[in-house]
Design a protein around this ligand. Structure first.
Ligand code: HAM
Length: 419
Protein backbone atom coordinates (compact mmCIF):
# COMPACT_ATOMS: atom_id res chain seq x y z
CA UNK A 1 0.00 0.00 0.00
CA UNK A 2 1.52 3.35 -1.04
CA UNK A 3 0.62 6.22 1.28
CA UNK A 4 1.22 9.96 1.09
CA UNK A 5 4.59 11.28 2.21
CA UNK A 6 4.74 12.22 5.91
CA UNK A 7 3.39 15.71 6.59
CA UNK A 8 1.50 15.88 3.28
CA UNK A 9 -2.27 15.53 2.91
CA UNK A 10 -5.04 15.05 0.38
CA UNK A 11 -7.66 17.77 0.54
CA UNK A 12 -10.91 15.88 0.05
CA UNK A 13 -13.90 17.20 -1.92
CA UNK A 14 -15.89 17.63 1.34
CA UNK A 15 -13.20 20.00 2.61
CA UNK A 16 -12.96 22.03 -0.58
CA UNK A 17 -16.01 24.15 0.27
CA UNK A 18 -14.06 25.74 3.11
CA UNK A 19 -10.94 26.18 0.96
CA UNK A 20 -12.90 27.79 -1.88
CA UNK A 21 -14.65 30.02 0.62
CA UNK A 22 -11.33 31.26 2.06
CA UNK A 23 -9.81 31.73 -1.40
CA UNK A 24 -12.87 33.64 -2.64
CA UNK A 25 -12.89 35.84 0.47
CA UNK A 26 -9.18 36.61 -0.06
CA UNK A 27 -9.71 37.47 -3.74
CA UNK A 28 -12.62 39.77 -2.86
CA UNK A 29 -10.97 41.53 0.08
CA UNK A 30 -7.52 41.95 -1.50
CA UNK A 31 -8.86 43.21 -4.83
CA UNK A 32 -10.80 45.79 -2.81
CA UNK A 33 -7.38 47.24 -1.92
CA UNK A 34 -6.03 47.15 -5.49
CA UNK A 35 -4.12 43.83 -5.32
CA UNK A 36 -4.04 41.51 -8.34
CA UNK A 37 -3.11 37.86 -8.51
CA UNK A 38 0.38 36.69 -9.45
CA UNK A 39 1.33 33.05 -10.03
CA UNK A 40 4.98 32.11 -9.75
CA UNK A 41 6.58 28.69 -10.32
CA UNK A 42 6.51 26.03 -7.58
CA UNK A 43 10.29 25.57 -7.89
CA UNK A 44 13.13 28.02 -8.31
CA UNK A 45 16.92 28.02 -8.25
CA UNK A 46 17.99 27.13 -4.68
CA UNK A 47 20.22 30.18 -4.63
CA UNK A 48 17.18 32.49 -4.72
CA UNK A 49 15.99 31.22 -1.32
CA UNK A 50 19.49 31.14 0.17
CA UNK A 51 19.89 34.81 -0.74
CA UNK A 52 16.38 35.97 0.13
CA UNK A 53 15.38 33.93 3.18
CA UNK A 54 18.95 33.76 4.53
CA UNK A 55 21.66 31.10 4.24
CA UNK A 56 21.72 30.65 8.04
CA UNK A 57 17.92 30.56 8.52
CA UNK A 58 16.37 27.25 9.66
CA UNK A 59 14.33 27.20 6.46
CA UNK A 60 17.37 27.21 4.17
CA UNK A 61 19.69 25.22 6.44
CA UNK A 62 17.33 22.41 7.38
CA UNK A 63 13.94 22.59 5.73
CA UNK A 64 14.23 22.97 1.96
CA UNK A 65 13.31 20.27 -0.51
CA UNK A 66 16.28 20.71 -2.84
CA UNK A 67 17.37 18.52 -5.73
CA UNK A 68 19.64 18.59 -8.73
CA UNK A 69 17.75 18.53 -12.02
CA UNK A 70 19.00 16.54 -15.01
CA UNK A 71 21.09 19.49 -16.15
CA UNK A 72 22.82 19.61 -12.76
CA UNK A 73 21.17 22.85 -11.50
CA UNK A 74 20.27 22.93 -7.81
CA UNK A 75 16.54 23.65 -7.56
CA UNK A 76 14.23 23.86 -4.54
CA UNK A 77 10.51 23.57 -4.00
CA UNK A 78 9.49 26.99 -2.73
CA UNK A 79 9.43 27.17 1.08
CA UNK A 80 7.59 30.53 0.93
CA UNK A 81 6.33 33.01 -1.63
CA UNK A 82 8.10 36.34 -1.07
CA UNK A 83 11.42 35.39 -2.69
CA UNK A 84 9.68 34.34 -5.91
CA UNK A 85 7.54 37.48 -5.98
CA UNK A 86 10.64 39.65 -5.61
CA UNK A 87 12.36 37.69 -8.41
CA UNK A 88 9.26 38.18 -10.61
CA UNK A 89 9.22 41.90 -9.74
CA UNK A 90 12.83 42.25 -10.92
CA UNK A 91 12.62 39.93 -13.96
CA UNK A 92 9.54 41.76 -15.27
CA UNK A 93 10.88 45.28 -14.56
CA UNK A 94 7.92 46.12 -12.36
CA UNK A 95 9.78 49.06 -10.80
CA UNK A 96 8.30 50.98 -13.75
CA UNK A 97 4.81 50.38 -12.39
CA UNK A 98 5.10 51.32 -8.71
CA UNK A 99 3.25 50.89 -6.50
CA UNK A 100 2.96 47.20 -7.40
CA UNK A 101 0.43 45.23 -5.37
CA UNK A 102 0.08 41.48 -5.82
CA UNK A 103 -1.44 38.52 -4.04
CA UNK A 104 -0.72 34.81 -4.54
CA UNK A 105 -1.99 31.50 -3.28
CA UNK A 106 -0.62 27.99 -3.47
CA UNK A 107 1.45 25.22 -1.91
CA UNK A 108 4.74 25.78 -0.07
CA UNK A 109 7.15 23.08 1.14
CA UNK A 110 9.21 22.83 4.32
CA UNK A 111 10.78 19.77 5.88
CA UNK A 112 9.47 20.47 9.40
CA UNK A 113 8.33 18.10 12.13
CA UNK A 114 4.64 17.60 11.34
CA UNK A 115 2.07 18.36 14.03
CA UNK A 116 -1.36 19.98 14.29
CA UNK A 117 -1.26 23.07 12.05
CA UNK A 118 2.21 22.23 10.68
CA UNK A 119 2.68 20.26 7.47
CA UNK A 120 5.49 19.65 5.04
CA UNK A 121 3.31 20.72 2.15
CA UNK A 122 1.08 23.57 3.27
CA UNK A 123 -0.74 26.40 1.54
CA UNK A 124 -0.36 30.12 1.86
CA UNK A 125 -2.25 33.13 0.63
CA UNK A 126 0.04 36.15 0.65
CA UNK A 127 0.21 39.77 -0.46
CA UNK A 128 3.22 41.90 -1.35
CA UNK A 129 3.32 45.66 -1.88
CA UNK A 130 6.30 47.33 -3.59
CA UNK A 131 7.03 51.06 -3.56
CA UNK A 132 5.69 52.92 -0.52
CA UNK A 133 8.22 53.48 2.23
CA UNK A 134 6.25 55.10 5.05
CA UNK A 135 4.22 53.52 7.87
CA UNK A 136 0.93 54.39 6.12
CA UNK A 137 1.48 51.38 3.85
CA UNK A 138 2.18 49.13 6.85
CA UNK A 139 -1.03 50.27 8.56
CA UNK A 140 -3.16 49.80 5.45
CA UNK A 141 -1.74 46.31 4.91
CA UNK A 142 -2.57 45.33 8.51
CA UNK A 143 -6.08 46.78 8.16
CA UNK A 144 -6.49 44.59 5.06
CA UNK A 145 -5.30 41.45 6.90
CA UNK A 146 -7.69 42.08 9.77
CA UNK A 147 -10.56 42.84 7.38
CA UNK A 148 -9.91 39.49 5.71
CA UNK A 149 -10.22 37.69 9.05
CA UNK A 150 -13.38 39.63 9.95
CA UNK A 151 -15.02 38.85 6.59
CA UNK A 152 -13.93 35.21 6.73
CA UNK A 153 -15.56 34.98 10.16
CA UNK A 154 -12.47 33.98 12.18
CA UNK A 155 -11.58 37.32 13.77
CA UNK A 156 -12.98 36.42 17.21
CA UNK A 157 -9.94 35.08 18.98
CA UNK A 158 -7.14 36.70 16.98
CA UNK A 159 -4.46 39.13 18.15
CA UNK A 160 -2.40 41.42 15.93
CA UNK A 161 1.13 41.51 17.32
CA UNK A 162 3.64 44.06 16.05
CA UNK A 163 7.32 44.84 16.54
CA UNK A 164 10.16 46.71 14.91
CA UNK A 165 13.30 44.87 13.83
CA UNK A 166 15.21 48.07 13.06
CA UNK A 167 17.47 48.55 10.05
CA UNK A 168 21.16 47.72 9.44
CA UNK A 169 22.12 51.06 11.06
CA UNK A 170 20.61 50.18 14.44
CA UNK A 171 20.45 46.40 14.27
CA UNK A 172 24.19 45.76 13.92
CA UNK A 173 25.17 47.54 17.18
CA UNK A 174 22.13 45.97 18.89
CA UNK A 175 23.24 42.48 17.80
CA UNK A 176 26.63 43.09 19.40
CA UNK A 177 24.92 44.04 22.68
CA UNK A 178 22.52 41.13 22.52
CA UNK A 179 25.32 38.68 21.81
CA UNK A 180 27.30 39.97 24.80
CA UNK A 181 24.22 39.48 27.01
CA UNK A 182 23.57 35.97 25.64
CA UNK A 183 27.21 34.95 26.00
CA UNK A 184 27.01 35.75 29.70
CA UNK A 185 23.83 33.61 29.93
CA UNK A 186 25.03 30.87 27.57
CA UNK A 187 24.82 28.03 30.07
CA UNK A 188 21.12 28.57 30.63
CA UNK A 189 20.18 28.36 26.92
CA UNK A 190 18.94 25.22 25.12
CA UNK A 191 21.45 23.35 22.94
CA UNK A 192 19.98 24.67 19.70
CA UNK A 193 20.22 28.30 20.88
CA UNK A 194 23.79 27.78 22.10
CA UNK A 195 24.69 26.56 18.62
CA UNK A 196 22.99 29.30 16.62
CA UNK A 197 23.61 32.16 19.09
CA UNK A 198 26.73 33.53 17.42
CA UNK A 199 25.31 33.28 13.89
CA UNK A 200 21.79 34.49 14.60
CA UNK A 201 21.41 35.84 18.16
CA UNK A 202 17.96 37.34 17.47
CA UNK A 203 16.42 33.89 16.97
CA UNK A 204 17.13 33.08 20.62
CA UNK A 205 14.52 35.68 21.55
CA UNK A 206 11.62 33.71 20.12
CA UNK A 207 12.78 30.23 21.17
CA UNK A 208 9.79 28.40 22.64
CA UNK A 209 11.86 26.37 25.17
CA UNK A 210 11.50 27.58 28.73
CA UNK A 211 15.04 28.38 29.88
CA UNK A 212 15.47 30.52 26.77
CA UNK A 213 12.11 32.24 27.34
CA UNK A 214 13.21 33.37 30.76
CA UNK A 215 16.56 34.67 29.42
CA UNK A 216 14.76 36.44 26.55
CA UNK A 217 12.55 38.30 29.04
CA UNK A 218 15.63 39.95 30.53
CA UNK A 219 17.51 40.44 27.23
CA UNK A 220 17.88 43.89 25.68
CA UNK A 221 15.09 44.47 23.13
CA UNK A 222 15.52 45.89 19.64
CA UNK A 223 12.76 48.40 20.19
CA UNK A 224 14.78 50.17 22.88
CA UNK A 225 17.73 50.49 20.48
CA UNK A 226 16.06 51.81 17.32
CA UNK A 227 17.73 54.64 15.38
CA UNK A 228 15.61 57.82 15.10
CA UNK A 229 14.33 56.93 11.59
CA UNK A 230 13.18 53.46 12.69
CA UNK A 231 11.69 54.82 15.92
CA UNK A 232 9.69 57.41 13.92
CA UNK A 233 8.49 54.71 11.54
CA UNK A 234 7.24 52.59 14.43
CA UNK A 235 5.49 55.44 16.22
CA UNK A 236 3.95 56.49 12.88
CA UNK A 237 2.63 52.96 12.48
CA UNK A 238 1.05 52.79 15.94
CA UNK A 239 -0.52 56.25 15.41
CA UNK A 240 -2.11 55.08 12.13
CA UNK A 241 -3.34 51.86 13.75
CA UNK A 242 -4.86 53.86 16.61
CA UNK A 243 -6.60 56.17 14.15
CA UNK A 244 -8.00 53.16 12.28
CA UNK A 245 -9.25 51.73 15.57
CA UNK A 246 -7.28 48.51 15.02
CA UNK A 247 -6.26 46.87 18.28
CA UNK A 248 -2.75 45.42 18.50
CA UNK A 249 -0.15 44.27 21.00
CA UNK A 250 3.51 45.22 20.88
CA UNK A 251 5.57 42.03 21.18
CA UNK A 252 9.23 42.98 21.66
CA UNK A 253 10.30 39.32 21.39
CA UNK A 254 8.94 38.76 17.90
CA UNK A 255 11.87 38.30 15.51
CA UNK A 256 10.54 36.18 12.59
CA UNK A 257 12.35 33.20 11.08
CA UNK A 258 13.27 34.76 7.75
CA UNK A 259 16.25 37.09 7.47
CA UNK A 260 14.91 39.66 5.00
CA UNK A 261 12.85 41.78 7.38
CA UNK A 262 13.61 45.30 8.57
CA UNK A 263 11.52 47.72 10.64
CA UNK A 264 7.92 46.50 10.85
CA UNK A 265 7.27 42.85 11.66
CA UNK A 266 3.86 41.48 12.56
CA UNK A 267 1.99 38.28 13.29
CA UNK A 268 -1.66 37.46 13.75
CA UNK A 269 -1.97 34.80 16.44
CA UNK A 270 -4.80 32.68 17.78
CA UNK A 271 -5.30 30.99 21.14
CA UNK A 272 -7.20 28.13 19.51
CA UNK A 273 -4.46 26.11 17.80
CA UNK A 274 -1.88 25.26 20.46
CA UNK A 275 1.76 25.91 19.70
CA UNK A 276 1.31 26.60 15.97
CA UNK A 277 -0.49 29.80 16.81
CA UNK A 278 0.45 32.15 13.93
CA UNK A 279 -2.24 32.30 11.27
CA UNK A 280 -0.60 35.14 9.36
CA UNK A 281 2.79 36.81 9.49
CA UNK A 282 4.79 39.35 7.58
CA UNK A 283 6.68 42.58 7.60
CA UNK A 284 8.80 45.06 5.72
CA UNK A 285 11.74 43.97 3.58
CA UNK A 286 13.14 47.19 2.14
CA UNK A 287 16.57 45.69 1.32
CA UNK A 288 15.46 42.50 -0.44
CA UNK A 289 14.91 43.74 -4.00
CA UNK A 290 18.45 45.17 -4.09
CA UNK A 291 19.80 42.00 -2.43
CA UNK A 292 18.36 39.89 -5.27
CA UNK A 293 19.88 42.22 -7.87
CA UNK A 294 17.09 44.73 -8.57
CA UNK A 295 16.83 48.48 -8.19
CA UNK A 296 16.45 49.28 -4.48
CA UNK A 297 12.68 49.34 -3.72
CA UNK A 298 10.94 49.35 -0.34
CA UNK A 299 8.39 46.59 0.14
CA UNK A 300 6.12 44.98 2.71
CA UNK A 301 3.93 41.89 2.73
CA UNK A 302 2.50 38.97 4.66
CA UNK A 303 1.29 35.42 4.18
CA UNK A 304 -1.28 33.32 5.99
CA UNK A 305 -1.44 29.58 6.45
CA UNK A 306 -4.60 28.11 4.93
CA UNK A 307 -4.53 24.80 6.85
CA UNK A 308 -4.58 26.78 10.10
CA UNK A 309 -7.51 28.89 8.92
CA UNK A 310 -9.40 25.77 7.86
CA UNK A 311 -8.88 24.36 11.38
CA UNK A 312 -10.30 27.58 12.84
CA UNK A 313 -13.33 27.43 10.56
CA UNK A 314 -13.93 23.71 10.88
CA UNK A 315 -16.58 23.86 13.57
CA UNK A 316 -18.95 26.14 11.74
CA UNK A 317 -18.31 24.39 8.44
CA UNK A 318 -21.20 24.09 6.01
CA UNK A 319 -20.97 21.26 3.51
CA UNK A 320 -22.37 22.41 0.21
CA UNK A 321 -24.48 19.95 -1.80
CA UNK A 322 -22.82 18.67 -4.95
CA UNK A 323 -25.84 19.64 -7.08
CA UNK A 324 -29.21 21.41 -6.99
CA UNK A 325 -31.17 18.47 -8.32
CA UNK A 326 -30.68 14.77 -7.55
CA UNK A 327 -32.18 12.58 -10.24
CA UNK A 328 -33.70 9.21 -9.28
CA UNK A 329 -34.36 6.86 -12.23
CA UNK A 330 -36.11 3.53 -11.62
CA UNK A 331 -36.15 1.09 -14.55
CA UNK A 332 -34.33 0.93 -17.87
CA UNK A 333 -36.73 3.15 -19.82
CA UNK A 334 -36.72 5.71 -17.02
CA UNK A 335 -32.94 5.87 -17.28
CA UNK A 336 -33.15 6.84 -20.95
CA UNK A 337 -35.76 9.53 -20.28
CA UNK A 338 -33.97 10.70 -17.14
CA UNK A 339 -30.56 11.13 -18.76
CA UNK A 340 -32.02 13.42 -21.45
CA UNK A 341 -33.93 15.35 -18.79
CA UNK A 342 -30.68 15.86 -16.83
CA UNK A 343 -28.96 17.19 -19.97
CA UNK A 344 -31.83 19.66 -20.54
CA UNK A 345 -31.66 20.90 -16.95
CA UNK A 346 -27.86 21.35 -17.27
CA UNK A 347 -28.27 23.24 -20.56
CA UNK A 348 -30.48 25.63 -18.57
CA UNK A 349 -27.61 26.20 -16.11
CA UNK A 350 -28.82 23.88 -13.34
CA UNK A 351 -26.56 21.31 -11.68
CA UNK A 352 -27.79 17.73 -11.59
CA UNK A 353 -26.38 14.65 -9.84
CA UNK A 354 -27.75 11.52 -11.47
CA UNK A 355 -28.20 8.17 -9.77
CA UNK A 356 -26.07 6.09 -12.13
CA UNK A 357 -26.29 2.81 -10.21
CA UNK A 358 -29.30 0.48 -10.33
CA UNK A 359 -31.43 0.35 -7.22
CA UNK A 360 -34.95 0.34 -5.81
CA UNK A 361 -36.87 3.58 -5.37
CA UNK A 362 -36.19 3.34 -1.64
CA UNK A 363 -32.43 2.90 -2.04
CA UNK A 364 -32.21 5.74 -4.56
CA UNK A 365 -34.25 8.10 -2.35
CA UNK A 366 -31.83 7.36 0.48
CA UNK A 367 -28.93 8.42 -1.74
CA UNK A 368 -30.87 11.55 -2.75
CA UNK A 369 -31.15 12.48 0.93
CA UNK A 370 -27.45 11.93 1.50
CA UNK A 371 -26.53 14.15 -1.48
CA UNK A 372 -28.10 17.17 0.32
CA UNK A 373 -29.50 18.41 -3.03
CA UNK A 374 -32.54 20.57 -2.19
CA UNK A 375 -34.65 19.05 -4.98
CA UNK A 376 -35.07 15.40 -6.03
CA UNK A 377 -36.44 14.58 -9.48
CA UNK A 378 -38.03 11.14 -9.86
CA UNK A 379 -38.65 9.25 -13.09
CA UNK A 380 -40.13 5.72 -12.86
CA UNK A 381 -42.42 3.59 -15.10
CA UNK A 382 -45.50 5.73 -14.50
CA UNK A 383 -43.72 8.98 -15.31
CA UNK A 384 -42.31 7.40 -18.50
CA UNK A 385 -45.82 6.44 -19.65
CA UNK A 386 -47.34 9.82 -18.71
CA UNK A 387 -44.32 11.84 -19.97
CA UNK A 388 -44.01 13.52 -16.57
CA UNK A 389 -41.49 13.91 -13.77
CA UNK A 390 -42.04 14.18 -10.01
CA UNK A 391 -40.16 16.94 -8.15
CA UNK A 392 -39.77 16.66 -4.40
CA UNK A 393 -38.63 19.53 -2.19
CA UNK A 394 -36.40 17.79 0.32
CA UNK A 395 -36.78 20.36 3.09
CA UNK A 396 -40.52 19.81 3.64
CA UNK A 397 -41.31 16.77 1.50
CA UNK A 398 -43.78 18.55 -0.85
CA UNK A 399 -44.15 16.80 -4.23
CA UNK A 400 -45.44 17.94 -7.64
CA UNK A 401 -45.97 15.98 -10.82
CA UNK A 402 -45.01 18.12 -13.81
CA UNK A 403 -45.08 17.53 -17.59
CA UNK A 404 -41.56 16.83 -18.91
CA UNK A 405 -41.58 19.98 -21.11
CA UNK A 406 -42.27 22.13 -18.07
CA UNK A 407 -39.40 20.67 -15.99
CA UNK A 408 -36.88 23.52 -16.38
CA UNK A 409 -39.43 26.23 -15.53
CA UNK A 410 -40.66 24.25 -12.55
CA UNK A 411 -37.16 23.82 -11.06
CA UNK A 412 -36.47 27.51 -11.59
CA UNK A 413 -39.63 28.55 -9.76
CA UNK A 414 -38.92 26.03 -6.95
CA UNK A 415 -35.46 27.56 -6.52
CA UNK A 416 -36.96 31.02 -6.39
CA UNK A 417 -39.30 30.03 -3.55
CA UNK A 418 -36.44 28.23 -1.77
CA UNK A 419 -34.20 31.32 -1.82
P1 HAM B 1 6.11 32.58 7.63
O1 HAM B 1 5.95 33.15 8.99
O2 HAM B 1 7.23 31.63 7.45
O3 HAM B 1 6.28 33.83 6.66
O4 HAM B 1 4.78 31.89 7.15
C1 HAM B 1 3.56 32.60 7.11
C2 HAM B 1 2.42 31.71 7.62
O5 HAM B 1 2.39 30.49 6.89
C3 HAM B 1 2.56 31.28 9.06
O6 HAM B 1 2.11 32.28 9.94
C4 HAM B 1 1.67 30.06 9.10
O7 HAM B 1 0.31 30.44 9.20
C5 HAM B 1 1.91 29.45 7.72
N1 HAM B 1 2.90 28.35 7.79
C6 HAM B 1 4.24 28.45 7.80
N2 HAM B 1 4.81 27.24 7.87
C7 HAM B 1 3.81 26.34 7.92
C8 HAM B 1 3.75 24.90 7.98
N3 HAM B 1 4.83 24.15 7.99
N4 HAM B 1 2.53 24.32 8.03
C9 HAM B 1 1.40 25.07 8.00
N5 HAM B 1 1.40 26.42 7.93
C10 HAM B 1 2.58 27.06 7.88
C11 HAM B 1 6.49 33.71 5.32
O8 HAM B 1 6.39 32.69 4.71
C12 HAM B 1 6.73 35.05 4.65
N6 HAM B 1 6.97 34.79 3.20
C13 HAM B 1 5.56 35.99 4.85
C14 HAM B 1 5.77 37.30 4.19
C15 HAM B 1 5.24 37.72 3.03
N7 HAM B 1 6.55 38.27 4.63
C16 HAM B 1 6.51 39.29 3.78
N8 HAM B 1 5.74 38.94 2.77
Amino acid sequence: MIKTVRGVHDILPEEMTTWHYLEATARRVFSGYGYRELRTPIFEKSELFARAVGATSDIVEKEMYSFADRGGDSLSLRPEGTASVVRAFINNSMHRLLPWRVFYMGPMFRYERPQKGRQRQFHQIGCELFGPEGPLADAELMAMVMRFFAEAGVAGNLTLEINSLGCPVCRDPYRVQLLAFLTAEQERLCGNCQNRMARNPLRVLDCKKEPCGEVAQRAPHMRDHLCPVCADHFSGLTAHLDRLGLSYQINPRMVRGLDYYNRTAFEVTTDALGSQNAVAAGGRYDGLVAEIGGQSTPAIGFAMGLERLVLLLEEGRVVDPVATVYLVMVGEEAQGVGLSLAERLRSAGLSVETNLAEGSMKAQMKRAGRSKAPITAIVADREVTEKTVVFKQMADGTQHTVALEGAVDHVRSLLQTLS
